[in-house]
Design a protein around this ligand. Structure first.
Ligand code: SF4
Ligand code: SF4
Length: 340
């Protein structure tokens, strides 16, 4: 069931839903970017449809809603450990098809990776509903069509934005009931069939350890500066570290937090005894690439990368991850030989 609704009316729905849901969407933060004159687009709570930046690709993804940049796991009060109070709100999130697929990928890590599930992630994941923002055309650096993540049926509502109105498809009966007085229309979600750049996924069966010593990684060793922007903008990167923070006022009180970490960043592999692995940046690029297109696929049956292109958008050294995957595919397809 699909409907045409004015922005004013839709905003009154958002206000009503905000009693039960935290509503998130991509929001443009003016002058909130890396430099004082650059903007940022990241996920924030929204109150009205005009808050949503739907014309541009967001710099950070919707993963922040489920897996915040920093999160308190428990509070330390003298001898006691207490979990933070969870407010049990539900989440309504405006996001694109690739980011819905990306959350499916993160599910493997937090929910399907062994006998334990991550309770912090799980309780939010179970409380989330998606509102799909279609893509009329490809953004720069996207390669979602190559990765099969350009479309999805996994959403509660679909939305198309116009100047003063929205078109809404309500698949979830809860929302169909809400809109029963509205004007019905036809609705097909927008999605792209092709991007400006295509990527060939390397065959997992053909990949072998010989590629680990290939010369191609030396190029990345010279170009990458280990800033981690590719990791932190990626909707499928899910690594974190934990740190214990003690309060100055009373050092017997504090909290344990988990904080995003990234495999391209210095100290990621530091271990007790002063050991560290992948100290050169090329081997980090190799690790990241192999994890996204090889290890993850072998373990969970799907390529981890969803082709959103954010890593390429963000890299200050103009390193293209899409090009890197194609290079790996070329090597694999030409019966690559080990380089000593
Ligand atoms: S590796 Fe790059 S293109 Fe792939 S999901 Fe992450 S940010 Fe998007
Ligand atoms: S964004 Fe580019 S330079 Fe920064 S860590 Fe990633 S690949 Fe290296």
């Amino acid at each position: 069931m699909s409907y045409e609704i004015t922005n004013i009316k839709f905003n009154s729905y958002l206000e009503k839903w905000s009693r039960d849901y935290e509503i998130y969407g991509p929001v443009k933060i003016s002058a909130g970017g890396r430099f004082s004159d650059t903007d940022n687009i990241r996920y924030e709570k929204i109150k009205k449809v005009e808050d949503i930046e739907y014309k541009e690709k967001s710099i950070f993804s919707a993963k922040e809603v489920l897996f915040p940049v920093t999160e308190t796991l428990f509070n330390i009060q003298e001898e006691q450990l207490n979990e933070p109070v969870y407010d049990k709100k539900k989440y309504l999130v405006f996001l694109r098809a690739c980011d819905i697929h990306a959350i499916d990928r993160i599910d493997y890590i937090f929910l399907k990776n062994g006998i334990y599930t991550d309770p912090y992630y799980k309780r939010r994941r179970e409380a989330i509903k998606y509102i799909l923002i279609g893509c009329k055309e490809s953004f720069e650096n996207c390669f979602c069509a190559s990765m099969g993540t350009n479309k999805t049926d996994n959403y509660s509502m679909g939305i198309k934005f116009f100047d003063d109105k929205v078109h809404i498809e309500a698949k979830d009966p809860i929302f169909q009931e809400e809109f029963k007085e509205e004007i019905e229309i036809e609705f097909t979600p927008d999605y792209v069939l092709e991007n400006y750049y295509n990527v060939t996924i390397p065959s997992v069966e053909k990949l072998d350890f010989s590629l680990f010593n290939d010369e191609m990684w030396k190029d990345y060793a010279m170009r990458c500066i280990s800033c981690g922007r590719c990791n932190f903008s990626c909707p499928t990167c899910s690594c974190f570290t934990t740190s214990d923070i003690y309060y100055k006022e009373n050092p017997n009180n504090g909290e344990r937090r988990r904080v995003w970490a990234g495999c391209q960043v210095d100290k990621f592999t530091d271990m007790a005894g002063g050991h560290s692995f992948r100290t050169d940046y090329g081997s980090r690029m190799r690790f990241k690439t192999m994890h996204k297109v090889y290890d993850f696929k072998k373990r969970f049956g799907e390529i981890m990368c969803v082709g959103c292109g954010r890593c390429d958008d963000r890299c200050p050294e103009y390193i293209s991850f899409a090009r890197c995957i194609n290079l790996v595919s070329e090597k694999v397809n030409e019966d690559h030989e080990e380089v000593k």
